[in-house]
Ligand binder design. Structure first.
Ligand SMILES: C[S@@+](CC[C@H](N)C(=O)[O-])C[C@H]1O[C@@H](n2cnc3c(N)ncnc32)[C@H](O)[C@@H]1O
Length: 414
C-alpha cells in the first residue's frame, strides 16, 4: 500500500491513515461478476482502486459504488487508437448505443442511492452539430434513467475557432442521471461551498485546465468537486448501505449581502415582529398554502392563529415579506439508520478515468475512488496516480458500436 501524495489546500484532507491504493487482479473468466477479495468496498477505510477494464463491463460487485462522475471520449473527437475504445463509432447512434451499454453496467454497480454525472460535449460533423447530448438524454430517459439536471458548463477561456459563419463553442453539458428517486442529494452542503445558501443554479462557470501536456482532455477539478458535494455521501452504513443524510432546519436569518434582505430585517425590527411572525410567514409561503408541518394544524392546513400572524407580518413588511420565505437553512444533524455499524466513506467511480482527476479529487474530499480505463494507467498521458496493479477483463455488453464489438481478454502488467 502506498500513501496518496497529491493534495489541494482548498479541499478537506482525508482523515485517518491516508489513502490505501489497492492492487487487485481479476481472472479473465467473463464479466460482469463479483470478484472475491473486494470486501474492502464495504469497509470503513479510504481507498483508491484502479482497474484495467472496459467501461461497459466493470468487474465490481452489484450495488457497490455510490456515485459515477465521468467524461467519456466525445464522438469523433480523439482517436485513442485501441480496440474497444468508445468515441469512434461510424454514426451518432452507434456512439449513443455504446454509452447506453456502459450506463446499463453503471446502474448495476450503483447502489439504489447512486446517480451519474456524465460530462458530454457535442461534435460538428459535416458542418452540422450532431446533437449528441440531446440524443444521450433521450436514449437514457427511454432506458429508464431519470434526468435530474442538464447542467451547462460554460468554459471560460476556450480555444479560438476558425469558423467564420457561426459562433465559437463555449459550453458542454453535465447530465445528472438517477436510477431511482431515492438518490442521495446534498444541495445544502453544495450551496455552502458554491452558493449563497439558497439553491444554486444549473450553469457552472469553470475555467478549462491548462498546461496539462496531455491530449486526454482532463476535466477540471472543480467539476468533480461540485458533483461529489452534490451527490456522494460522506458516510454510508457498512451494514445496510444507507447514506447519512443532512437534516436541515430553517432559520430566520437572511443574507445580509442582499439589499432587499437588509431592508426586510430592518422593517421586521421596526414593526416589532416576533419569531412567531417569521415562522408564520415561512409556514404560509408566498401563497397561503400550508408548507411547514410544525405550524400546521392536524388537518394539513395552517391554523387560524398562523394565518393571523402571517397576515399581520405581511401587512407590516409589504412586498419584503417574501425575503423571509427563503431565509437561510442550517444543518441540524445527520440521519442514522440505527444499525450501529461503522460508516464507510462514499465511493466514487469514474469508468473513463484518463489521468485520474476523479479519483484524486474524491480522495481529497474524503471519498473512496474506483477508476476504470481500457488503457493501462502507466501508459496514459498526464497520469496522476501512484503505484498500480491491473486486472483483465472481457467486454460482454454488445451494442451497435462497431469499434467495440470484439474486445479480447488481455493480461496486462503495469
Ligand atoms: C476524455 S478521457 C477522460 C479524461 C478524464 N476525465 C480526466 O480528467 O483525465 C476518456 C478516457 O476514456 C478511455 N476509454 C475509451 N474507451 C474506453 C472504454 N471502452 N472503456 C474504458 N475506458 C475507455 C480513454 O482511454 C481515455 O482515458
Amino acid at each position: 500500500m502506498a500513501k496518496h501524495g497529491d493534495r489541494s489546500s482548498r479541499m478537506q484532507e482525508p482523515k485517518g491513515t491516508g489513502v490505501a491504493e489497492m492492487q487487485v487482479a481479476f481472472p479473465p473468466d467473463g464479466a460482469p461478476r463479483t470478484p472475491d477479495g473486494l470486501g474492502f468496498l464495504r469497509e470503513a477505510s479510504l481507498f483508491r482502486l484502479d482497474i484495467h477494464a472496459d467501461a461497459r463491463a466493470i468487474p465490481l460487485p452489484h450495488e457497490s459504488v455510490d456515485l459515477v462522475v465521468t467524461s467519456p471520449p466525445y464522438w469523433k473527437k480523439r482517436d485513442y487508437g485501441f480496440v474497444g475504445q468508445i468515441g469512434q463509432e461510424e454514426t451518432p447512434e452507434g456512439f449513443v448505443g455504446a454509452l447506453l451499454c456502459a450506463l446499463r453496467d453503471w446502474r448495476r454497480v450503483l447502489t439504489r442511492y447512486g446517480s451519474v454525472f456524465l460530462n458530454i460535449g457535442d461534435t460538428y460533423h459535416n458542418k452540422a452539430l450532431a446533437a449528441i447530448p440531446g440524443r444521450v438524454e433521450a436514449a437514457a430517459a427511454t432506458n429508464g434513467w431519470i434526468l435530474r439536471n442538464r447542467i451547462i458548463w460554460t468554459k471560460i477561456g476556450g480555444m479560438p475557432e476558425p469558423a467564420a459563419n457561426r459562433l465559437a463553442n463555449r459550453h458542454e453539458y453535465i447530465l445528472h442521471l438517477a436510477a431511482t428517486h431515492e438518490y442521495f442529494s446534498d444541495v445544502q452542503g453544495y450551496a455552502e461551498r458554491f452558493g449563497n445558501g439558497s439553491n444554486p443554479g444549473d450553469v457552472w462557470h469553470i475555467p478549462l485546465r491548462r498546461n496539462m501536456g496531455t491530449h486526454l482532455a482532463p476535466f477540471p477539478d472543480e467539476l468533480v468537486e461540485r458533483a461529489i458535494l452534490l451527490a456522494c455521501p460522506n458516510a454510508v452504513c457498512s451494514k445496510c448501505g444507507k447514506p447519512r443524510r443532512r437534516l436541515i432546519e430553517r432559520t430566520a436569518e437572511l443574507d445580509p449581502a442582499r439589499p432587499q434582505a437588509r431592508r426586510a430585517m430592518q422593517l421586521a425590527a421596526e414593526k416589532g415582529l416576533t419569531p412567531a411572525h417569521i415562522a408564520a410567514i415561512q409556514a404560509t409561503g408566498i401563497s397561503d398554502a400550508g408548507k411547514a408541518m410544525q405550524v400546521q394544524s392536524g388537518s394539513g392546513k395552517n391554523s387560524a392563529e398562523v394565518k393571523r400572524l402571517a397576515a399581520e407580518a405581511k401587512l407590516a413588511l409589504g412586498g419584503y415579506f417574501r425575503e423571509f420565505t427563503f431565509a437561510r437553512k442550517r444543518t441540524a444533524g445527520w440521519s442514522d439508520c440505527g444499525c450501529g455499524a461503522v460508516f464507510r466513506p462514499g465511493i466514487v467511480l469514474d469508468p473513463f478515468q484518463g489521468t485520474g482527476t476523479t479519483a484524486r479529487i474524491s480522495n481529497m474530499l474524503g471519498r473512496s475512488a474506483v477508476g476504470v480505463d481500457l488503457v493501462l494507467p502507466t501508459r496514459r498521458e498526464g497520469w496522476q496516480g501512484g503505484v498500480l496493479d491491473v486486472g483483465d477483463d472481457q467486454r460482454t455488453c454488445r451494442s451497435d458500436n462497431p469499434s467495440g464489438s470484439s474486445l479480447s481478454p488481455r493480461v496486462a502488467k503495469a
